[in-house]
Design a protein around this ligand. Structure first.
Ligand code: MN
Ligand code: MN
Length: 307
């Protein structure tokens, strides 16, 4: 039976590449595996897939009764609605444990490293399976993307070692230069609508019974998004009302300054200000120095402090 390998909705480079790499891993072990996606790929991912001649995974959102391998999330909210009716056989993830349940014993790989691709790299190594050159190129990009060129506090030595080894396989002499090229692609947002930008990396969470949406845009320079802020706030308000979110946060991360502007739309903005120890300005926005990571610096704080 075919195993469909999928990551989360609003797929990022790590989710897409880890799906491709996991499918390749499972194929190497004699299984029939196909990478699939839960939404359109972003411009950075498109750049990476083209650079290394990798096929864009097909979209498959119905997984009921299928064998499924999951990468880069264990949150049901970030997977298709019928995920609990699927037969999950494999998980590799680097986030907090979500609420997924399985029917049978599964292969499960979790490590608090910078990207799921790092975990997949470690599995390849453990199983002594050679990584295909194109897949290796994609994987090193996924690691650089998720760790924001090793600047994110989620970065570990495992990520750096994996990039070093993968660069050799892929024949990339200066991986950080390639990472910077990716960042430039990601920073070209002139023609993107507020809707596109908000959805590029949008994740939904249930925190103490409240519905939160947290989005992130990473830019070489946060001021590149300045003119889009009013439209972004409008879009955030619209989504909050339409989908009954308690709060929607948008991090506009400045990779060079290593911090983020946080845009806040919330039923209780005072509570959010207290949680992050910030004071939002008249445009519902506050700069937070050193803020780079949703999973390490936003979610844990919300989980702890939202009542
Ligand atoms: Mn991801
Ligand atoms: Mn990831």
């Amino acid at each position: 039976m075919t195993i469909y390998v999928t990551g989360h909705k609003s797929p990022d480079t790590d989710t897409i590449i880890s799906s491709i790499a996991t499918a390749s891993l499972l194929q190497n072990k004699g299984m029939d595996a196909i990478p699939v996606k839960q939404g359109e790929i972003n411009p950075e991912t498109k750049f990476v897939l083209e650079k290394f001649n990798l096929d864009t995974p097909i979209t498959k959102t119905e997984l009921k009764d299928q064998d499924v391998a999951i990468v880069d999330t264990t949150d049901a909210e970030q997977l298709p609605d019928d995920i609990n009716d699927a037969n999950i056989v494999f998980i590799a993830d680097h986030h907090k444990l979500g609420g997924l349940k399985t029917k049978t014993p599964i292969e499960f790989y979790g490590q608090p490293v910078g990207s799921s691709a790092t975990i997949i790299y470690n599995i390849f190594k453990m199983e002594n399976i050679e990584i295909n050159k194109s897949v290796a190129g994609g994987m090193l990009c996924a690691i650089l993307s998720d760790t924001v060129l090793f600047k994110s506090p989620t970065t570990t030595d495992f990520d750096k070692k994996a990039v070093e080894a993968l660069s050799k396989i892929a024949g990339i002499e200066k991986p950080l230069d390639l990472g910077f090229e990716m960042l430039k692609v990601k920073s070209s947002i002139e023609n993107d609508t507020a809707h596109d930008l908000l959805n590029r990396d949008f994740k939904e969470f249930s925190i103490n019974g409240k519905k939160f949406g947290i989005a992130q845009i990473e830019l070489i320079d946060a001021s590149m998004a300045e003119s889009k802020k009013p439209a972004l706030l409008e879009e955030m308000k619209k989504v909050q009302q339409e989908k009954s979110f308690n709060t929607i946060l948008l991090l506009i991360t400045d990779v060079m300054k290593e911090g983020s502007e946080m845009l806040v739309v919330s039923d209780n903005i005072t509570e959010i200000e207290k949680v992050f120890n910030i004071q939002c300005n008249e445009t519902n926005c506050a700069w937070i120095d050193g803020m780079m990571s949703r999973k390490k610096q936003v979610l844990p704080v919300l989980e702890k402090k939202i009542s």
